[in-house]
Design a protein around this ligand. Structure first.
Ligand code: 5GP
Length: 186
């Protein structure tokens, strides 16, 4: 996937080893197979991220959710982990749960979450103690892609903060595939 070097939003400025240190509170992190990790930096204009009416609704929901982001309050994902509400589970192990997104944005859209949140409401809260589980989440994403038959082309996204339209404050990786992805992601 080519990078549009003329766009400020699309500058590659991070490599895999530095992503946790580089991420800001309002950035969107996109991993794609076969390329470096990219981090889209903070932009003052949220229209870059949410430009349609539907997306503005998403933005409003994300900003409302951000108001309770770091209270440590339970989220809907706690109920999914506890199996108190149903979900379509694709993969599960001791540390990770992967289930289909209720509002899929691609033929394959699976959320990969840590079973123990441990302060990881969002990636920008990552601490050195989280390195192990962060690796497990990425590895689980690969397993999900394999199980879903999209290993040759898939995208892993973490929305971090309101300006990236994060709406659930329990760290989650979106695994997307089954269609041609576009760039920029919008
Ligand atoms: P975010 O916007 O925070 O990056 O992603 C949260 C995702 O969680 C959204 O894509 C949304 O569709 C999904 N989601 C929210 N509530 C539920 C739910 O109850 N079940 C499932 N399976 N997905 C959910």
């Amino acid at each position: 996937m080519a990078v549009t070097s003329s766009s400020m939003l699309l500058r590659n400025f991070s490599t895999a080893g530095k992503v946790v240190q580089s991420v800001r509170a309002t950035s969107r992190i996109v991993f794609s197979t076969g390329e470096l990790i990219r981090v889209l930096p903070y932009t003052r204009s949220s229209r870059f991220i949410c430009s349609t009416r539907a997306a503005h609704n998403e933005e409003a929901a994300a900003k409302a959710a951000a108001a309770v982001a770091d209270t440590g309050a339970p989220t809907i994902f706690d109920k999914i982990i506890a199996k108190e509400i149903p979900s379509d589970i694709v993969y599960e192990d001791e540390n990770v749960l992967a289930f289909r997104d209720i509002n899929p944005q691609a033929p394959v859209h699976v959320l990969v979450i840590p079973k123990l949140r441990d302060g990881l409401t969002m990636l920008s809260n990552a601490e050195p103690r989280h390195v192990d589980v962060l690796g497990k989440l990425l590895h689980a994403s690969k397993i999900v892609a394999e199980k879903e038959g999209i290993l040759d082309g898939f995208r892993v996204v973490i929305n971090n903060g309101a300006e990236a339209c994060q709406s659930v404050y329990h760290l989650h990786l979106h695994v997307l595939g089954g269609r041609q992805m576009k760039w920029p992601p919008g």
